[in-house]
Each structure stands twice: as structure tokens, then as C-alpha cells.
Design a binder for this molecule. Structure first.
Ligand code: ADP
Length: 504
């Protein structure tokens, strides 16, 4: 059978470790899944964006080239000499670096002569067959790795004319690529690669950023690709790492809260168990305390009733014992009732200016018999000019009675009781000192707790319920004061009740 604390530890283990592990595993699995799906989504978005960007480049390029070809076509049909008119069109089209116009039979119509060996490149492309092919396949073609573009136009009298032109790479980069891709909103790097994979344009330095994907252009830039690179900041991995950190922190907080909760529950449980034990001790102690004076009263009462005591002096003595034990019973019951009122928050105090010395003397008076009987040496020193102090005289009297009762109870061979009252630091200090058993330093704070009794063999035999000092402290605090103890085991104790002169 496990002890309660071992059971509690096993339970706590089950309550913390098992749920925390489940949460951690579930969290890990869902974060991994989330990472995979966000990576996929990220790629899809990047692909869509790349396709859209490529389409945009293609469109812009087509629009400028169409406009250029329209102007060349218009020049061919105009009345002006074609050489001059086409020269003008070329001058206004920075995107086109070079243009050749060839007739249906392969003859050069514009310019008058081939430049820098262009004939070697263009010549074979611009034959009769080329014209036929263009006429058949859609009048446009880009060949020789985007180097040369061909288009079919018509001359003044309707004859086919092939226009072959070469783009200016700088203008292409600046006015087409930069103008369309530079304005795109994206956390990735977009680049345009030529047919050999060389970077023609990139929106930001690529460095060693990993390539996410690339898409091809269509007919205007065949063999060229638009590539998307991942920047570290835009990566979903970064977001996942942040999420993992957040999750770990949340898990840490969760475990800390559970641990704190369990520690608090454990402490509460221990307190409750201790309190239950103290309460049951209290009931046993109070019953015992009530029984002793009652049996004394009964015994003396019966003896008197039987009329066997003839000596008047003895009879008086018996009456005194009955009265004294009765008073002790009243004190005990008052203590228990007041304590229960305090616990229930129902205790009220009647404050009134009270002369201190008469209160001290009348309280002490109630103990005259036990003090005398046990041979106590009693000293009372009250400062002569004590002012009246605002207080509940009954409550303070009762607190004082508890201190005197304790001094008597916890005295051994050296029986001495000293009461002194004076004003110190603007407060009334009433101290009760004995030369009895004393209290160990580690017990001195605890003795003011309710039900607490020092469990030593030398005090265990003495009557008591453990609520006396709790009551004294409560009365002191209700008056805005406090109670202190100075004590040395074997040398005695001094309890001081300190109350403000004007009341609470
Ligand atoms: P009770 O006297 O009914 O046990 P108290 O609350 O009055 O309860 O006191 C709590 C404990 O403090 C006592 O059990 C006792 O051990 C210790 N104590 C109180 N007064 C004295 C004293 N004058 N000398 C030594 N021990 C004392």
C-alpha cells in the first residue's frame, strides 16, 4: 500500500508528465504537418506568381514589338521613300537595335547593305522558304536563341516582305523586364535566365538563395525562363521556427502552471490534514479541560450536600474551591466561544477609555487561589501615571488572563510571575513573565497559530486547547496592537501585549 504522499507523487507524475508528453507529441506532429502544407502552399503561390509575371513580360514585349512592326508596315506603305521612313521608325524604337527587310525572293530591301557580317546570320534565315513558312505559321517567329525575330509584312503593292530584327539587350532589360518585374509585390527574388541559364535580370542580388522554381516564357522569349529564389526572411521555415519557439514557450508555461498547481494543492492538502488533526486534538483537549473542574465541583458539592463537613472553615474552603473551579470553567468556555466568534468573523469589541491598573489587578485576583496554592512569587509593577487606554476591557482582561494562566501552567520548580505595565514608544505595554519551561526559538512563531500546542513531553501533561494565544493575538490586533514573546528554554518566557493608547 502506498503512503498518501507517494500516492500523490504518482498522481502528480501522471497528471504532469503524461499530459505534457501528449501535448508535446501532438504539437510536434501538427507543426510538422503545418510546415509541410505551408511549404506546399508557398510553392503554389510562387508558381502562380511566376506564371503571372512571365505572362506580363510576354505581353509588354509583344505590345512594344507589335507597335514597332505596325510603324514599319506603315512606313512601307507610305508614299515617302521607304529608306527614310524606316530610318525614322528605327530612331524612335530603342528596343530594336537592328532591322533588315527582305523581299520575297531574298533580296535586301532595307538597309542598303548588310552590316558587320550580319549577312552570315540573317542570309540563310531570309530565303524564299522562310517567307513561305512565315506566311503559313502565323507571321511571327523568334529564332536563334532569341537573337533574331522574324515577321511577315507586306510591301506597297501587297508583296510579302520579311522583317528581321534584333533587340537591344539593355533596353530589353530596362524597359521591359525592369518595368514589369520591378514593381511586383513579393517576398521572393525574381530573375530572368537566358537559354544558357545566365542571369539576364534579377530584382535583387541572388547570392546563394535557393531556387524555388522556374517557368518558361512563351513565343516571344522561347528558351528563356523566369526563376524564383527564396529569401531567408520570406521562407515558411522561418515562420515555422517562430511557431515552434512560441509553442515550446507555451508548453513551458503550461507545465510550470501545472507544477505550481500541484505544489499548491499538495501544500493545501498537508495544511488541511494538519488542521484536521489539530481540530480533533482540540476537541479531545477541551473535553478533558471541561471534565476536570466539573468533577471537582461535583465532588465538593456532594460532600457539602451530605452535611458531613462540620467545620465552618473547611466549608468555606470548599465553597471557594467550587467558585474557583466555576470561574475556570467560565474562562474556558468564554475562550472557546470567543474563539469560535473570531473564526466566524462575528466578534465585536466595545471600545471605551479604561483605567489600566484596576483591570490588571482584578484579572490577577481571579488567579489568587492557584497562585497562592502553588506557592508562586508574584510581582506587579504598574507605572504610576498610566493614562486611561481606549479598549474593550473584557477582551483585554481575557487576553491577560490567558497569559497569566499559561505562565502558571508552564512553570516548573521556579514559580515566579511578574506583571508589569508601562508606556513605551507611545503604546501601553503589559508584560507577563515567568521562569518556567520556556519555548524553543523555532516554536515561538507557531504558538500563536490556532490549535497549535508544543508537543513536548514536559508540556503534554498540561491542560490546554491550543487556542489561548491565538485569541490573545487576535485581541491585540483588533486593538491595532500586537503580542510578542521573548523566551529561552529552561529560563522562562515574557509575553508582552502592546496596545495603542487611543485604541484601534
Ligand atoms: P494551550 O496553553 O491551551 O496549549 P496556548 O495557545 O495558550 O494553548 O499556547 C500554545 C502553546 O504555547 C502551549 O501549548 C505551550 O506549549 C506554549 N506556551 C504558551 N505560553 C507559554 C509559557 N508561558 N511558557 C512556555 N510555553 C508556553
Amino acid at each position: 500500500m502506498l503512503s498518501p504522499s507517494a500516492r500523490f507523487s504518482a498522481l502528480a507524475f501522471l497528471a504532469i508528465v503524461v499530459p505534457a508528453t501528449i501535448v508535446a507529441v501532438l504539437g510536434y506532429v501538427s507543426i510538422r504537418q503545418w510546415e509541410a502544407s505551408s511549404e506546399l502552399l508557398y510553392r503554389e503561390q510562387a508558381r502562380d506568381m511566376a506564371a503571372m509575371a512571365a505572362e506580363k513580360v510576354e505581353m509588354t514585349l509583344r505590345r512594344s514589338e507589335d507597335a514597332f512592326l505596325d510603324r514599319v508596315q506603315a512606313a512601307l506603305r507610305s508614299d515617302a521613300p521607304p529608306q527614310r521612313a524606316v530610318d525614322d521608325v528605327l530612331a524612335g524604337s530603342p528596343l530594336i537595335r537592328r532591322l533588315y527587310l527582305i523581299g520575297a525572293k531574298g533580296e535586301l530591301l532595307y538597309p542598303r547593305a548588310w552590316k558587320d557580317g550580319d549577312q552570315a546570320v540573317f542570309g540563310p534565315l531570309l530565303s524564299e522558304t522562310a517567307v513561305r513558312r512565315l506566311a503559313r505559321d502565323g507571321k511571327r517567329e523568334v529564332i536563334a536563341n532569341n537573337q533574331v525575330c522574324l515577321a511577315l509584312l507586306t510591301g506597297r503593292s501587297g508583296e510579302p516582305v520579311v522583317a528581321a530584327f534584333v533587340r537591344d539587350p539593355d533596353t530589353l532589360r530596362r524597359e521591359i523586364l525592369e518595368a514589369t518585374l520591378g514593381t511586383l509585390e513579393s517576398s521572393t527574388i525574381i530573375a530572368v535566365l537566358d537559354h544558357e541559364g545566365r542571369t539576364i535580370y534579377s530584382r535583387a542580388p541572388i547570392g546563394d538563395a535557393p531556387r524555388l522554381l522556374s517557368v518558361g516564357f512563351r513565343e516571344r522569349l522561347p528558351d528563356w525562363r523566369l526563376a524564383v529564389y527564396q529569401t531567408p526572411a520570406g521562407s515558411p521555415r522561418q515562420a515555422v521556427r517562430r511557431q515552434v519557439m512560441l509553442f515550446t514557450a507555451a508548453l513551458g508555461v503550461l507545465v510550470a502552471v501545472i507544477v505550481a498547481g500541484i505544489v499548491m494543492t499538495w501544500r493545501l492538502m498537508r495544511r488541511e490534514t494538519e488542521m484536521a488533526r489539530l481540530k480533533s486534538d482540540f476537541v479531545a483537549n477541551v473535553s478533558h479541560d471541561l471534565k476536570t473542574p466539573l468533577s471537582v465541583i461535583r465532588m465538593f458539592g456532594e460532600t457539602l450536600e451530605m452535611g458531613r463537613v462540620t467545620d465552618e472553615g473547611r466549608r468555606q474552603e470548599y465553597y471557594r474551591v467550587i467558585t474557583r473551579e466555576g470561574e475556570r470553567l467560565s474562562r474556558l468556555i468564554d475562550n472557546v466561544l470567543d474563539f469560535s466568534r473570531i473564526e466566524g468573523g462575528r466578534q465585536t469589541y466595545d471600545m471605551a477609555p479604561t483605567p489600566v491598573e484596576p483591570l490588571i489587578r482584578s484579572t490577577l485576583e481571579a488567579f489568587a487561589y492557584p497562585l497562592a496554592q502553588q506557592g508562586f512569587k508574584v510581582e506587579v509593577s504598574v507605572a504610576p501615571d498610566l493614562p486611561d487606554v481606549t479598549m474593550d476591557a473584557d477582551a483585554v482582561g481575557q487576553a491577560l488572563a490567558n497569559l497569566i494562566d499559561n505562565a502558571i501552567k508552564y512553570s516548573a520548580d521556579d514559580r515566579s510571575l511578574t506583571l508589569d505595565a508601562r508606556v513605551a514608544d507611545g503604546r501601553l505595554v503589559v508584560a507577563v513573565s515567568d521562569r518556567g519551561l520556556g519555548i524553543a526559538p523555532e516554536e515561538q512563531a507557531k504558538i500563536f497559530e490556532k490549535f497549535y500546542r508544543v508537543g513536548r513531553s514536559d508540556t503534554q501533561g498540561r491542560r490546554g486547547s491550543g487556542v489561548g494565544l491565538a485569541l490573545v493575538r487576535h485581541v491585540a490586533e483588533a486593538h491595532g496592537g500586537d503580542v510578542t514573546v521573548e523566551s529561552k528554554p529552561g529560563a522562562g518566557s515574557r509575553f508582552a501585549l502592546r496596545l495603542p493608547l487611543g485604541g484601534a
